[in-house]
Design a protein around this ligand. Structure first.
Ligand code: FAD
Length: 573
């Protein structure tokens, strides 16, 4: 049976290692933060539960997993022209092995691995108010003390296994897409069931259908998906991008989602129905996010505009899926784009295959999972393999599971019981010196994430250096600043159609989770806001002078640690 729990832990013992900062997570965010902070002369160590670097791209090895956001060569680090020149992407939407290979290359190229400890979960982190430092324990039984706890734990890293009766009784192979095994999984000759039709399900289903003897798709919510139109990268585009990288980087920084996508100012009502149809058709053929972002400016804010595009996509589903009953089951009825917009490579077409069955759980609810399959009200679907494409406890899940204890020993899970407040999506009141990358209330999942990670890590580095230069012991947002930020994030979301839909953006996929929109929708305005906060002496934060009881690490070097982590050996990039 699939196990999404972290590995068992050893009892904490041995000397306590001292660092300026530890970073939790070696994904896109943690890798860049390590590089950046080390260059600034801080002593830093990364702890990662997985057996390799790459985060999302290490865990999500399911068939069909690939970048769908900005596509290449734009889903990458932007800070180094050398990296842009050195790495050759093959496709417009690189697959998981390619992104993982890229991140492994970056880790080697920047000599990051010497400061990364793999297969090590952070199992406890407590703030010591007297020492103004975090005391951290790992699953390997080590204890670490650091001034800054940098959480790069991922927005889509806490895999969610739904509480379906009998889920642990299934006797066949069972995998969660976000915890896919390292070994090759063969579907040949097997009866496979996929539960879930979100991003991972939509990517995996066409691939599994090609191999399996039979595929049964259990669908709770039909989804709008747009053809990704993945294709080999045009060498001419690559040449131009490499020649003009500074200008392109500036363009990405200025774009609302950090992507090279043309954003229109035109409203849907300014065109006739025929003109709209023609534009939608053109953008559908182009593929990718263009249909959502380059059609009309009010698709995500105006119900009528949204309906016109949604109806266009529903028409495409009816056109593509030959069996009208199946097509009807696949028709979504939420505001298009208000759930994570999916891109696919032949998803709707898959339902024309003889070896694929769609079970609509709205009309035929799931009762339980049995040792041999899935029972719905109409009978049992016999299966050899079950794939849980059931997603994540998104954005806050990994932080809540980490459950750091702030002032007074109060855990984050308690603090965030009814609402997850942050300031700037980076800091949390009562959790001094805890800084997040892609935290709730930052643009996170609605921005090109490698670029977002760079910009946030740079802010964090500047903030740490502000404290270092002034001999300050701690920084923490005020509850007022946090509350105002919460209102700002909510106001931006409430001006759109996002909150009208049950989505993981709203926490709706997790029973009992607070309903709250998770991301700041400002894009570049967000990054401007956080720069202004810094320029105004970290407005909204309070500082503490360094106390005598605090352990002072010589800046730039750890104490009580091995020579591997000695400072001053950062790479030349
Ligand atoms: C299938 C898929 C496709 C995606 N496609 C895109 C895309 O096209 N464009 C885009 O911008 N984004 C995309 N994303 C989002 C993607 O998650 C980000 O782009 C990016 O990889 C996030 O990097 P990260 O470092 O913030 O988090 P992650 O990559 O999730 O890394 C976090 C790491 O922290 C580790 N960790 C967590 N808790 C602990 C702990 N307690 N102790 C030790 N380690 C811990 C985890 O094991 C994980 O490896 C996609 C996500 C998925 C799942």
């Amino acid at each position: 049976m699939v196990n999404i729990q972290q590995s068992p832990t050893a009892t904490a013992q041995g000397p306590i290692k001292q660092y300026d900062a530890i970073i939790i997570g070696a994904g896109v965010g943690g890798l860049y933060a390590l590089h950046h902070l080390r260059k600034m002369g801080f002593s830093v160590r990364v702890y990662e539960g997985a057996a390799g670097v790459g985060g999302t791209w290490w865990w999500n090895r399911y068939p069909g997993a690939r970048v769908d956001g900005p596509g290449s060569p734009f889903y990458c680090y932007t800070f180094s022209e050398d990296l842009v020149r050195e790495w050759d992407w093959a496709d417009t939407q690189p697959d998981q092995p390619s992104v993982l290979a890229y991140l492994e290359y970056v880790a080697d190229r920047l000599d990051l691995r010497r400061d990364i400890q793999l297969e090590t979960w952070i199992r406890d982190a407590r703030y010591d108010e007297e020492k103004q430092r975090w005391l951290v324990e790992t699953s390997a039984g080590e204890r670490i003390c650091c001034q800054f706890l940098i959480c790069a734990v991922g927005t889509l890293s806490a895999a969610y296994k739904p509480n379906i009766p009998g889920i642990d009784d299934f006797a066949g192979e069972c995998y969660h897409t976000g915890r896919w095994p390292q070994e090759t999984v063969s579907f040949v000759g097997k009866r496979v069931g996929v539960i879930g039709t979100g991003s991972s399900g939509v990517q995996a289903i066409p691939e599994i259908a090609r191999e399996a003897a039979h595929l049964t798709v259990f669908q709770r919510t039909p989804q709008y998906t747009i053809p990704a139109r993945n294709r080999p990268l045009d060498p001419e585009l690559v040449r131009q991008v490499r020649e003009n990288w500074p200008a392109i980087r500036a363009q990405l920084n200025a774009s609302p989602a950090g992507m090279p996508i043309e954003i229109t100012k035109r409203l849907a009502s300014e065109d006739t129905a025929e003109q709209r149809q023609a534009l939608y058709e053109e953008l559908w053929q182009k593929g990718g996010f263009h249909l959502l972002f380059s059609s009309y400016a009010d698709i995500l804010t105006d119900k009528e505009a949204n309906r016109s595009l949604a109806e266009f996509v529903r028409g495409k589903i009816r056109e593509t899926v030959r069996d009208p009953k199946t097509a009807e089951k696949l028709l979504p009825d939420y505001y298009l784009g208000t759930k994570r917009q999916l891109l696919d490579n032949g998803y709707y077409e898959t339902f024309n295959r003889d070896n694929v069955t769609l079970v609509d759980l709205r009309e035929d609810p799931m009762q339980k999972i049995t040792p041999t399959g899935v029972r719905t009200t109409t009978g049992e679907h016999q299966l050899d393999m079950l794939v849980l494409a059931t997603g994540y406890d998104a954005v806050t899940g990994a932080l809540v599971r980490l459950n750091p204890k702030g002032r007074g020993g109060v855990g984050l899970s308690e603090k965030w019981r009814t609402r997850f407040n942050t300031y700037l999506g980076i800091g949390i009141s009562d959790f001094p010196n805890l800084l997040m990358i892609h935290g709730p209330g930052s643009p996170s999942v609605l921005f090109n994430m490698p670029l977002g990670a760079e910009l946030e890590s740079t802010w964090i580095g500047d903030c740490m250096s502000y404290l270092r230069e002034r001999g300050l012991g701690a920084i923490e947002p005020t509850p007022d600043a946090e509350q105002n930020w919460d209102q700002e994030v909510a106001a931006l979301a409430n001006a759109t159609l996002y909150p009208l839909t049950d989505s993981w953006y709203m926490g709706a996929n997790i029973p009992g989770k607070p309903r709250q929109f998770c991301a700041h929708l400002g894009g570049p305005l967000y990054f401007q806001r956080i720069s202004e906060v810094a320029a105004q002496g970290y407005e909204g934060f309070v500082f503490e002078q360094k106390r005598d009881g605090g352990v002072t690490t010589a800046t730039g070097g750890p104490q009580e640690t091995d020579s591997e982590t000695a400072p001053g050996r950062s790479a030349s990039i």
